[in-house]
Design a protein around this ligand. Structure first.
Ligand code: GLC
Length: 626
């Protein structure tokens, strides 16, 4: 892909990047030196700065509108927002679930006003765009309500749609941070809008979150790396004077989150969504923008930087993904690895093919190939592999060791011996020296299929397992986040006695309807549409009448989760996305990846060079090249 220069990008504002911390991207970006045009936003609990003061010698532009203040005059009944970049001023009437309803109570009415007007604009647009229904089919009441709720969850920033709130439960008096736009939660919303032909909100989201990437926030006196994307953001309304207020985007990088978890998956989702946006809309100019290219490189830089690690998998702390609290998923959890793999594949497609990116693309290719080899070889289990582990010799020394991670067979859990089907297998949840986490994590496995982290044969075997273990993994509500739940002493030690993560609840074996869209995508990819339809049918029995809960509890997903939010946006959007993917399976192909045989070759070559025949040829034939 060639880079076109876009004069619009050469604007007043810029962000700076520390090239000293940019080792893998020599001469990556050369942009004219521009003046800093972003303002400081101070808040009592934390200080936000746009750039680090010292050592910033690489300047990157981002679009002018992000730096322009958005002033709102409070004295008028219907107030207007001026947004010079769009050269427009808008008047807003009122509604219930407002983007700012909890951000600033004084401004509730005004912000509510804003909402309705925006929502009606949006509705009209979506209705005009509607070509998604099969001929002759009308939308069910359930779908109609889902669309209405999804539109109502839309958040505007200076009058423009930029995301969706995590939940819009009118009965919830303590929304905690569910009144924010979460990066991962927005993905199904974005896909629903994109599949309906509406790209503006997704484009705005991508560009605004890109701007947040360069903010610097601290946890006590420490700042996380510069490429980190926030877990979520909120639109706050701050008074400028007696009559004017200003809207400000306020990101949360984990410094306010429960447990202060680092949102490692946010940047990965951002890259994945960017690719989905360009594929579906055809707006390739977006990924070619200099600021967007820089955003991709910053994320890659964080993920690919050298550490003490011996494996190609990404090393993270507990709770760095959808399961954002302590659940024993620190180290190399599968979910992060499959998102990492997908993001690398997306980035490789989107990086400009110029001199500055050559080394980076090579690094990405090497990592992709090592990562797929590693997971296919060491994370995969089925009857045969469990039997091998069961007979493992331990304490082996040398590069020829079979039991490379020194796994003691006693660690194979009892439940697994009975549970593993004859036909079927899956990727385990985590792998560390002397430790395999045998739990089945749904998102990681589904996303391995979608991204082709696993082989075509493994992909089918994972779906076989999901089919044969339907009652455990789907039951009354698709899909179980992890199987089985941690109980008793394990629950006490691993979750730290977390009362929200009691057995078969929330992250500890709860059922999460949002996973439906990802399951649908995997099934379409593997030509198993009937399986996806079956899961959608199960979801349709409950979601609408139960008011779209966030998650369900119990072993079979029978009850609405004890602390579950209602009207959870990614439940709603996940359902709509599944429906649209099933009606337009050709669109799904824009969202998944097939096996890349060039990558396999890189790995086979690398292995044979080391002369480690044991892992080389046999593994390549039996696992990689299948
Ligand atoms: C919970 C989920 C997290 C989600 C957030 C907002 O914390 O664990 O994955 O992003 O809620 O819905």
């Amino acid at each position: 892909m060639g880079m076109r220069s876009n004069p619009q990008q050469e604007t007043h504002s810029h962000r700076s990047i520390d090239t000293n911390q940019f080792p893998i991207i020599p001469n990556a970006i050369k942009i004219p030196n521009m003046k800093l045009g972003c303002r400081l936003f101070n808040q009592s609990r934390s200080v936000f700065r746009f750039i680090k003061p010292a050592n910033r010698n690489l300047h990157v532009s981002f679009p002018r509108f992000l730096a322009l203040p958005c002033k709102i005059n409070q004295t008028r009944k219907h107030f207007s927002v001026s947004y010079p970049n769009w050269a427009q001023s808008r008047v807003f009437p009122s509604t219930c679930c407002s983007s700012s309803s909890s951000s600033n109570n004084n401004n509730n009415n005004n912000n509510n006003n804003k909402k309705n007007d925006h929502v009606s604009d949006f509705s009209t647009k979506l209705e005009t765009n509607d070509k998604t229904l099969e001929e002759g089919r009308t939308e069910s009441e359930m779908e109609k309500e889902a669309w209405r709720l999804l539109k109502e969850s839309v958040v505007t920033y200076c009058g423009n749609p930029v995301g969706t709130l995590a939940a819009c439960d009118p009965g919830d008096k303590t929304p905690l941070n569910y009144d924010q736009v979460f990066i991962r939660d927005f993905v199904p919303s974005a896909l629903a809008f994109l599949l309906k032909g509406e790209g503006e909100i997704v484009r705005n989201f991508l560009l605004h979150t890109l701007q947040l990437q360069s903010w610097e926030k601290t946890v006590d006196c420490y700042s996380p790396g510069q490429g980190l994307m926030p877990a979520s953001f909120k639109i706050r309304t701050v008074p400028l004077d007696d009559t004017n207020v200003e809207e400000v985007l306020d990101p949360d990088f984990g410094e306010s989150a429960i447990g202060r978890v680092a949102p490692v998956d946010s940047g990965l989702w951002w890259i994945i969504l960017l690719r989905a946006y360009t594929k579906i809309t055809g707006d390739y100019a977006m990924q070619e923008r200099v600021d967007v290219q820089t955003g991709i490189k910053l994320i890659l830089n964080l993920c690919l930087s050298d550490g003490f690690d011996m494996f190609p998998t990404l090393l993270v702390t507990d709770g760095s993904c959808m399961i954002d609290r302590r659940m024993g998923i620190h180290g190399h959890p599968l979910e992060i690895q499959s998102l990492f793999y997908s993001a690398l594949r997306c980035a490789r497609e989107m990086l400009a093919s110029d001199e500055g990116s050559k080394n980076l693309v090579r690094t990405v290719n090497n990592r992709l190939s090592a990562l797929s080899f590693h997971t296919r070889e060491y994370y995969w289990i089925d009857m045969k592999k469990i039997n091998e582990i069961y007979r493992y010799k331990t304490e082996e020394y040398s590069t020829e060791a079979i039991n490379k991670f020194n796994i003691y067979p006693e660690q194979i859990p009892y439940w697994l011996m009975n549970w593993i089907p004859e036909e079927g297998g899956y990727m385990i949840g985590n792998l560390q020296p002397a430790h395999m986490d045998f739990r089945f994590f749904t998102l990681g496995n589904i996303w391995s299929i979608v991204s082709s982290l696993s082989t075509p044969k493994q992909n089918n075997l994972i779906l076989n397992l999901l089919e044969s273990k339907w009652d455990d993994l789907v039951g009354n509500m698709p899909l179980k986040i992890v199987y089985p739940a941690l109980e008793k002493e394990e629950w006490r030690i691993i979750t730290g006695s977390d009362p929200k993560n009691t057995p078969w609840s929330y992250h500890n074996g709860g059922s999460w309807p949002t996973l439906l869209w990802q399951f649908t995508l995997a099934c379409i990819k593997m030509g198993r549409i009937e399986l996806a339809r079956k899961a959608v049918d199960v979801a349709e029995k409950r979601l609408y009448s139960d008011h779209w809960p966030e998650y369900y509890d119990t072993k079979s997903g029978k009850f609405i989760g004890k602390q579950s939010r209602m009207y959870q946006t990614w439940t709603i959007a996940g359902y709509l996305t599944s429906k649209m993917l099933l009606e337009n399976p050709e669109k799904a192909s824009l969202l998944f990846w097939e096996e890349d045989y060039d990558l396999l070759e890189i790995c086979v070559c690398a292995l044979s060079k080391t002369g480690r025949k044991l892992c080389a040829r046999g593994a390549a034939k039996s696992q990689i090249l299948v």
